[in-house]
Design a protein around this ligand. Structure first.
Ligand SMILES: *Cc1c(COP(=O)(O)O)cnc(C)c1O
Ligand SMILES: [Zn+2]
Length: 446
């Protein structure tokens, strides 16, 4: 099996323009009209293989060890980046993350068929690996073909940089990351440091880092890895395909996803639409984007029926990876929401922290962004917009272990609200009597 004969190229998302560029060209915006680009596939060629054949091929490769096709992303290589040589694929066996039935949490909130897609159970601890394997593979291919690229750079709220640093290190390519000082977790800072990245730690927020990285990557020897680079969407779109595959090729009713820069929701929609176009599913799920109230430009636009968009100054939020006021992929996200009967809902700091903690009490270990998604689920259930009989998937975007500072503060009750589900370690002398006494008091209380 090889991916020869399938083609992909960059295409302007502005339908009136439609300009195209080869994937080997260093271009992030349309040179004619300035719009974002997206990767377009030769669907006619892909459609020559039947839906049943695609399903069989994807299942055959799934979690196997035939490199690189055992990766959840590269198992779908023809749909993702057909033109890259297998030798230039930089893969750390990303994707194929577990999708589990959150039985007890579901019971707690009155939703029987609730599932969590754990995208954080992966190499660098967030879904950003799905996109970064594709981008760095394309860079390696371009460098092999003689492109004078010296380094790959990104601005980040902490997870894109961790993914870029690790994939570049695996490929032997220099990475540069621009991070907002004090606005990422300690784990997110030490990840690129450990992977040998050039770490620029700046007194600004994400939007400030983004402006700077766009300036420095005007130099064509510095390649831009942010999500306006639509190669990443190609890898990230496999999450929706994988969810459907994990349900034996049935779409769930609703998928809830936390959104910041809005690349991921666009990717989710793109993968699902591709499945529909190629006949792998008949029905599409409803998509819900969950935003932190302190960084909610999409939610505000949703309330105005997307008639206007205004960037905002994002406020500090526990959900630091989505603290973004001027999302790059706004237009793509709106298009996706319109295609998927979309909903946008927001969560306050207290709602997101309590929802994450309540989930943890039922055996999860949620990052704050997953907390935003869970809080939004609770609100939509209460409002009757999600029915208790629906099959709902919550996309958990990162591993909770990357965000321990937030969890410590919650359980130590050091936040601006009561921490309803706080649980504190009992400090006591190491004497049997004291331990017995403490156990008796604690267990009697329950
Ligand atoms: C990047 C990120 C998001 C938001 O994804 P966007 O594509 O920027 O909308 C959500 N959660 C986590 C943990 C992230 O790292
Ligand atoms: Zn254009």
């Amino acid at each position: 099996m090889n991916s020869e004969g399938y083609k992909a190229w960059f295409q302007c998302i502005n339908e009136g323009c439609g300009a195209t560029y080869p994937l080997s060209k260093i271009v992030y915006h349309c040179e004619k009209c300035g719009s974002l680009l997206e990767v377009q596939h030769d669907t006619a060629a892909l459609a020559r293989r039947s839906a049943a054949e695609w399903k069989k091929l994807f299942e055959h490769r799934y979690r196997g060890n035939e490199w690189p096709y055992g990766s959840g992303v590269w198992g779908k290589k023809e749909w993702v980046l057909p033109g890259v040589a297998d030798d230039n694929v930089v893969s750390l066996y990303e994707g194929s993350t577990n999708l589990f039935w959150a039985e007890r949490f579901g019971k707690t909130i009155g939703l029987k068929d609730l599932w969590i897609k754990l995208c954080g159970n992966t190499h660098s601890g967030s879904f950003k690996d799905l996109g970064m394997t594709v981008l760095v593979s394309q860079v390696k291919q371009m460098m092999a073909d003689g492109a004078p690229i010296k380094a790959v750079a990104c601005a980040s709220t902490g997870d894109t940089s961790a993914a870029l640093a690790t994939y570049c290190a695996a490929a032997g390519i220099q990475s540069i990351v621009l991070l907002p000082r004090g606005k990422i977790s300690l784990a997110q800072l030490i990840q690129p440091v450990s992977n040998g990245s050039l770490v620029l730690y700046l007194d600004t927020d994400f939007d400030g880092c983004m402006k700077l990285v766009q300036e420095i990557t005007k130099d064509p020897t510095l390649y831009l890895a942010n999500s306006m680079n639509s190669l990443r969407v190609e890898g990230q779109k496999t999450v929706g395909i994988e969810i459907v595959q994990q349900f034996d090729w049935q779409s769930p009713d609703v998928i809830i996803i936390p959104g910041g820069n809005l690349g991921n929701v666009s990717a989710l929609g793109k993968g699902l639409l591709m499945m529909k176009d190629l006949g792998l599913v008949a029905k599409l799920p409803r998509i819900v984007v969950a935003q932190a109230q302190r960084a909610n430009p999409l939610y505000r636009a949703y309330l105005r029926n997307f008639e206007t968009f205004e960037p905002i100054q994002a406020q500090k939020t526990l959900a630091s990876a989505i603290q973004i006021g001027n999302p790059v992929s706004f237009e793509k996200a709106v298009r996706t929401l319109k295609q998927f009967n979309g909903i946008v809902e927001q969560a306050t700091e207290e709602e997101l922290a309590d929802a994450a903690a309540l989930g943890d009490r039922t055996g999860m270990f949620n990052c704050p962004h997953t907390g935003v998604a869970l809080a939004v689920l609770l609100k939509l259930l209460k409002a009757g917009k999600i029915d208790g009989s629906h099959r709902v998937v919550v996309i958990s975007t990162a591993h909770g272990l990357k965000f321990t500072e937030m969890k410590v503060k919650y359980h130590q009750k050091e936040l601006d609200f009561p921490s309803r589900y706080a649980n504190q370690p009992i400090e006591l002398p190491a004497r049997l009597e004291a331990v017995k006494q403490a156990l008796q008091t604690a267990l009697d209380k329950r």
